[in-house]
Design a protein around this ligand. Structure first.
Ligand code: UD1
Length: 394
């Protein structure tokens, strides 16, 4: 039997790049078990396409295969954004979508939001209102524009609502629900892969990641490093400075560095391989979600320029040094374990020593980062659909 003629069409859930997958997994699960919601369809734009950047994360997160893959691949921002828009529009029309759900701040988020709003299909943006106030970041442009066109804006921290209000977004469109990325973290932590197994799986004997603890027994001692922001890796000077910080840290403890393809390519392009060639630094290809969780949860500290990892380390209580000049996630600094160090080598070195001496930030889990954010969003949406249906039927 087909759908009733006036039943709402499906919710199109959009993912494109690696950090989208852990946000969408709990949403899809919550939508499926919430009465009053239409069925969901998962659309992958194909912005990330390598097995390491996409398929492996789908498997780790037990995400269903996408109903559709637009296979856009890489390109300049204009090419990639335009191609996503061109390929998403007919899907939206064909499926008669009732809502488009986008997450985060990648090009796929903005591209699909623009298509939807121009076709009169409402957009729900999960992780709305975060601002770095740095418009040289492509993600900041994606955030600001997506929030301007979204009908429903779900926020992870209270400062987000203030940012949105300042930009003229009506308060009744926003709902503070918590953090879906932390839903995934909490749901999967017990499945995390132990750090030495990750090295072994990557074919590395690598540095020893354990040392003898004072109370007998071994404990982990290593830092996890991730670097991929264009501001850190797209220019030889910047990348050289970032790698110098890693060399300093490696004097103190072994480093495990899963390298993003962008970083990997630029290290070679700029002839900087020698900076990573020490037995104290294990360079790995991009890792799966469960491997990354195991590394993050057991690290003595994390050095990163990722947005999501600032949040995950805060949720785990692991000290994080962020190699950026700003963060769109201020709660991780104010309440969590995050410290912004930019590429200040002396500061990074001093803080590394402080953390290793036991003086790192302890932090606390922010409000509503409790593993139930997706459930709150699903319930909120069910109410929204009910009101909308009643209004249309009236
Ligand atoms: C994108 C997001 C960024 C996010 C990051 C997570 C935007 C503007 N940026 O940046 O916010 O933090 O994903 O990884 O959306 N590549 C591969 N294989 C892939 C995908 C990419 O080799 O599966 C290489 C290509 O050379 C590509 C480059 O990585 O040109 C950059 O990929 P792209 O999607 O343009 O941006 P990211 O740097 O991954």
């Amino acid at each position: 039997m087909g759908a009733l003629p006036n039943a709402p069409g499906p919710i199109l859930c959009v993912v494109g790049a690696r950090p989208n997958f852990m946000k969408m997994a709990p949403l899809l699960a919550a939508f499926a078990r919430t009465p009053g919601l239409p069925r969901s369809m998962l659309v992958h734009t194909g912005q990330h396409y390598d097995a390491d950047m996409s398929d492996r994360l789908f498997a780790d997160l037990r995400l269903p295969q996408p109903d559709l893959n637009l296979e856009v691949g890489s390109g300049t921002h204009a090419v990639q954004t335009a191609e996503i828009m061109r390929r998403f529009e007919p899907v939206l029309e064909r499926e008669r979508a009732s809502l488009v759900v986008v997450v985060g701040d990648v090009n796929s988020t903005l591209a699909c939001s623009l298509v939807a709003v121009k076709r009169g299909v409402p957009v729900a943006h999960v992780e709305a209102g975060l601002r770095s106030f740095d418009r040289t970041m492509p993600e900041e442009i994606n955030r600001v524009l997506t929030d301007q066109v979204a009908e429903l804006l779900y926020t992870t921290e209270r400062t987000a609502a203030e940012n949105l209000a300042r930009e003229g977004v009506p308060g009744e469109r926003t709902a503070f629900v918590g953090n879906v990325m932390i839903d995934s973290l909490r749901a999967n932590l017990r499945r995390a892969v132990p750090p030495e197994e990750t090295l072994r799986r990557a074919g590395l004997s690598g540095p020893s990641l354990r040392e003898s603890g004072t109370g007998g027994g071994d404990r982990y001692r290593f830092a996890l490093v991730t670097l991929h922001r264009p501001s850190n890796v797209d220019h030889p000077d910047a990348l050289g400075e970032a790698l110098a910080i890693l060399r300093d840290a490696a004097e103190r403890l072994p480093l495990v560095c899963p390298l993003h393809p962008r970083t990997q390519a630029n290290v070679v392009r700029f002839g900087l391989q020698a900076l990573l060639e020490t037995p104290r630094i294990a360079v790995l290809p991009p890792q799966g979600y469960l491997e990354t969780l195991g590394l993050m949860a057991n690290a003595s500290l994390v050095l990163t320029d990722s947005g999501g990892i600032q949040e995950e380390t805060t949720a785990l209580g692991v000290p994080c040094l962020t190699l950026r000049e700003n963060t769109e996630r201020p709660i991780t600094v104010e309440q969590g374990t995050n410290t912004i160090v930019g590429r200040d080598r002396a500061l990074a070195f001093r803080l590394t020593d402080e953390i290793l001496a036991g003086g790192g930030k302890r932090g606390r889990a922010p409000e509503l980062w409790d593993g139930r954010a997706a459930e709150r969003i699903a319930e909120h949406l069910a109410g929204w659909f009910a009101r909308r249906h009643a209004a249309i039927g009236a």
